[in-house]
Design a protein. Structure first.
Length: 371
């Protein structure tokens, strides 16, 4: 996650209206809630041509890293006129807005750059929806304000869509990155390694299963048509909102494709942040499994937690945890302890979702997710 001040991710409100509404209403909600009079929208350039890609970057208190993200996006190996950059400042209370405007001012470029400021922190789903509503491109590329994308990031997306015209989304994963040669946080390295089975299976070309990760919103690109058709991101989720939207993509039979191209994630997570990460993931995954019965495997029960602990521990020799991994040195007992902690926290998070009340019956769920 971000260094510096973290985004406050509050628990889902049991009475949150977004869980009771049709999925297709989310973008309309964003339109109604944030009119042009409440949003500050500043264009650094005024382009005449319609770009192919819209790069959408939500940010909250990201003053320390947002310019590094913009640098990497600015240096893409595509013709400038083929993409635009939209930064959505999600009610930051630090100097994020001035940092972005200073960057725009000091980097004159034909790349259309827009800063949109939301007056209060509304969450990443709403911020991305605001970016979607402002986007002019055919494809919507998403990354985060603490990520550094490779120079061929958009070019790879373009080539993938060209070679596979039927797909509606393509994405990859992120890896821990630290500056000045420092070792990555052992907690960030652990999270990265725990995702390896997903990355390995997707890289081997496994068929679309009941849930396809297709990377995450730090490194993904969708057609604007698909995103707008399924209604955008669900603001009831402050974690895993991308997972929930991809379940709707799957319901709409939109093919998604994994691309083995990493982005660098500037992160230095502490033990407390590691714990919060897994608690919230357990909670939101359980809610997604209730909203979308096809995703029942996401819900971590006590039995699943034990089984997955055993499976992860059995894979340890292949992950070589006793060796130096990404600059961190692991001893077997430390790695085992984090495995148990991970699944215990996911299970506790899933338990906390029990109190959230919203329709769960098959007919009611079908009504909620109908397009």
């Amino acid at each position: 996650m971000r260094t510096g001040k973290k985004r406050e991710r509050h628990a889902v409100n049991p009475a949150h209206p977004s869980l009771q509404k049709r999925i297709s209403d989310f973008l309309q909600d964003a339109t109604n809630t944030f009119s042009h009079t409440t949003l500050q929208k500043r264009n650094a350039t005024h382009p005449a041509n319609t770009p192919l890609f819209s790069v959408i970057i939500p940010t909250y208190n990201g003053e320390h890293h947002i310019t590094k993200t913009l640098d990497s996006v600015w240096q893409q190996a595509l013709h400038d006129a083929t993409y635009e950059v939209i930064v959505v400042n999600d009610g930051s209370d630090d100097r994020t807005e001035s940092a972005v405007m200073h960057y725009f001012t000091n980097h004159p470029t034909p790349i259309p750059m827009t800063l949109i400021t939301i007056p209060h922190n509304a969450g990443p789903a709403v911020a991305r929806n605001i970016g979607i509503l402002s986007a002019r491109g055919t494809y919507l590329a998403f990354t985060d304000d603490d990520c550094i994308v490779p120079k061929n990031w958009l070019a790879n997306f373009y080539e993938t869509f060209r070679r596979h015209p039927a797909i509606q989304g393509v994405g990859g994963w992120k890896r821990p990155y630290t500056e000045h040669g420092r070792a990555a946080s052992r907690y960030d390295v652990f999270i990265f390694l725990s995702r390896w089975p997903y990355m390995r299976n997707e890289a081997m070309g496994h068929a679309l299963t009941q849930f396809n990760n297709c990377g995450d919103t730090a490194n993904v690109c969708y057609t604007k048509h698909a995103v707008r058709t399924v209604g955008g991101f669900n603001p009831a989720f402050r974690y895993l909102e991308d997972w929930e939207m991809k379940m709707r993509m799957h319901k709409a039979a939109y093919p998604l494709l994994y691309q083995p191209l990493m982005v660098d994630h500037i992160s230095d997570s502490s033990l407390i942040q590691f714990a919060r990460h897994h608690l919230m993931h357990g909670r939101e995954a359980a809610l997604i499994s209730r909203l979308h019965p096809l995703a029942a495997s996401l819900h971590i029960t006590f039995q699943k937690a034990l089984a997955r602990c055993k499976s992860d521990i059995d894979r340890m020799p292949h992950n070589t945890p006793s060796k130096t991994l990404m600059g961190t040195v692991w001893r077997p007992h430390e790695y085992v302890a984090l495995i148990y902690m991970k699944y215990f926290l996911l299970f506790l998070g899933a338990l906390s979702a029990v109190a959230v009340r919203f329709p769960t019956g098959p007919s009611e769920t079908d009504n909620i997710v109908s397009l």
